[in-house]
Ligand binder design. Sequence first.
Ligand code: FRU
Length: 494
Amino acid sequence: MEWTKKERYKKIDDVSSAYMTELRKKVDEGPYRQTFHIQPKTGLLNDPNGFSYYNGQYHLFYQWFPLGPVHGVKYWYHMVSNNLVDWEDKGIALSPDTKYDSHGVFSGTGFVKDDQLHLFYTGNTRTENWKRIPYQCHAVMGKDNNIKKSQKPLIIDSPEGYTDNFRDPKIIEQNGYYYCIIGAETSNHEGAIVYYVSDDLEKWTYQQAIELKGNITSENQGFMWECPDYFELDNHGVLLFSPQGMTEKGDKYQNIYQSGYLLGNPLDFTKGVFHVTEDFTELDRGFDFYAPQTMTDPNGRQLLVGWLGLPGVDCVTDEFGWAHCLTILREISLKNGKIYQKPVPELALLRGKKNTVEIELENEVVIVNQFSARTYELQASFTNITGQYVGLSFRMGDKEVTNFYYDRVEKKLVFDRGQSGETSTAEFGTLRKCDFSEEELQIQLFMDESSVEIFVNDGLEVFTSRLYSQVDQNQIQFYAKGHAIVTATQWEIG
Ligand code: FRU
């Protein structure tokens, strides 16, 4: 079918239940459905939203267009968990049903205050002439998980000097005041983050754009910064956002859009100046990662979840009526001026049958026949490394192979999905690399039906990607050009 504007702006109530049943069947019967990732039951999922801990549970929402694998009029869909692993489906949380969000309940965040979960989001609207007017809106969820939208938007349109690309509010509390940061595009088409102040979460006053000073290159910042987030770790400020329009530079910024962070001194919102100490660093080195958001949980952990997908590109599963999923949950920390990301330890709950091998590699390739699972967690440590490269192949068989290795000559980690099976984004290349020069290589890899997340050396680097391989391509092998000792464990999942 052709996704005309009319079709994209149909709401779920505008289609018959037979349409939804048919679509659901197509999704369920198609390949590549995930086993332990949050995925849409039909249609398209994009950004995680409203990630919070409230009333004794984790709440996670996501952007959803129910009717097909395209960016149509967005809803918020609600998932709840006690352990960040098992997610209960709570259905639609916010629908595009008011004049302030008629063309989409766009992204936003959660904020707990006075025993309520406050949800802040962008109401996307279009006039008859298709002029966009963004509203920053508010809703409140109580302990019964019922959500009530506020009658009036909090912020109408964008301030002078900014285009209608103005969205994705996030609330930060500092010294008794609330600050709302918003992703923006200036009239000169530069990415920016602006903020408002409030003392009651209701009346908001425009302040300014966050002023960036210090170690930051002003060129190559892109035209629009989406999904801003700000938090502090070990007395440093972290400004996280997803810039659109950066040009690629060596190994960097190879995906259609980026997401990453600036590190700096703690941001004083009464002044609005962010002194940057570390320039923009991509959070993820893989092919499919965007629009992450974080929250602090009751144990003081800073948790992160991202969209395991990207805007503006097709998805292999489009033909089966759905697209994209969320990442597994990560815990982030700061070490040596860099964000480290580790899968949350709760993911060990997924572990099933276990196999361990130890191999001494000497200029050879060793297939591990014991590792035969389709979906799994794999931990592998490469020690005593000498020579040119060490690595592994997975999702391998007579037709396909995916490679991840440490090139010690180039001093890089390399992820190669050139022969990984189906793809819809080959135009963006099939290799991803990043600098790496550690003595040892530790890998923690989560392989779901159609995605892989590879955490390297305790979260120093992460490569996140969709992989659409055939069902019988499940071999794993380790190799070294040179020498290495490999200890590896595979836990079946699912
Ligand atoms: C990021 C984004 C957000 C927006 C949402 C709409 O992927 O473009 O900026 O709020 O998606 O679905």
